[in-house]
Design a protein. Structure first.
Length: 211
């Protein structure tokens, strides 16, 4: 659970000490707009940070808080995390190889039952830092950590279909569009979450990874 650095970022594993910074990211109006327009309370952010810290401790990986190396400013949160073994994430099996490792669960059943050999990569940046390549830098760091440090077999990424900016980042970091799933989220043109929102799915296998 040590911080790592990229060219411009210091990436610190999220834990209870990062609760305020996690709240700061998700309290940004442009970030909250993708999460049912509902920024979390500081108490909710504290609980989420504790859960993420548990995942780092028990399952060896979860998201980072990204800080600018030159100023220390909170840029966003992102990186890779394990995905739950459930019907929702099970929709992605069709986009992964038909091999046993895809469905294998991680040995730790806490804080939740998770897939052992593939992770999800994602990012959320404060509006001030959009358009400067930070999302791609954070995404690439996540891929490198997944494949080169943890030895994962695959990494997936999902975003609501009309999130064009996030989909563009997926392409820039080498992810390959695989198809769509349906899950709870925002449908284009609406302001409240629905159960069958369309999500675009991208996949990258380990033998496709180019550092």
């Amino acid at each position: 659970m040590q911080a790592i650095t990229t060219t411009r970022l210091r990436l610190e594993p999220v834990g209870p000490a990062n609760a305020h910074d996690l709240w700061l990211v998700h309290n940004d109006d442009e970030v909250a707009s993708w999460y049912d327009n509902a920024p979390p309370s500081i108490e909710e952010a504290q609980r989420r940070a504790e859960d993420m810290g548990d995942a780092w401790r028990l399952q060896g990986v979860h998201k980072w808080i990204a800080y600018a190396r030159d100023t220390g400013d909170v840029v966003g949160r992102g990186g890779v995390a394990r995905t739950p073994v459930d019907d929702d994430w099970g929709q992605l099996y069709t986009f992964l190889p038909d091999e046993p490792w895809v469905r294998e669960a991680h040995q730790s059943r806490q804080p939740f039952v998770a897939h052992a050999h593939w992770l999800e990569v994602g990012w959320a940046l404060r509006r001030t830092f959009w358009g400067q390549g930070y999302a791609s830098e954070l995404g690439k760091a996540g891929l490198a950590y997944a494949f080169d440090v943890l030895g994962m077999r695959a990494v997936v990424s999902c975003t609501i279909r009309h999130n064009a900016r996030s989909r563009a980042v997926m392409e820039r970091i080498g992810m390959k569009y695989a198809g769509e799933i349906r899950s709870r989220g925002l449908v284009e043109g609406t302001t409240e979450e629905q159960d069958d929102a369309p999500y675009a799915v991208c996949v990258l296998l380990r033998d496709e990874w180019i550092p």
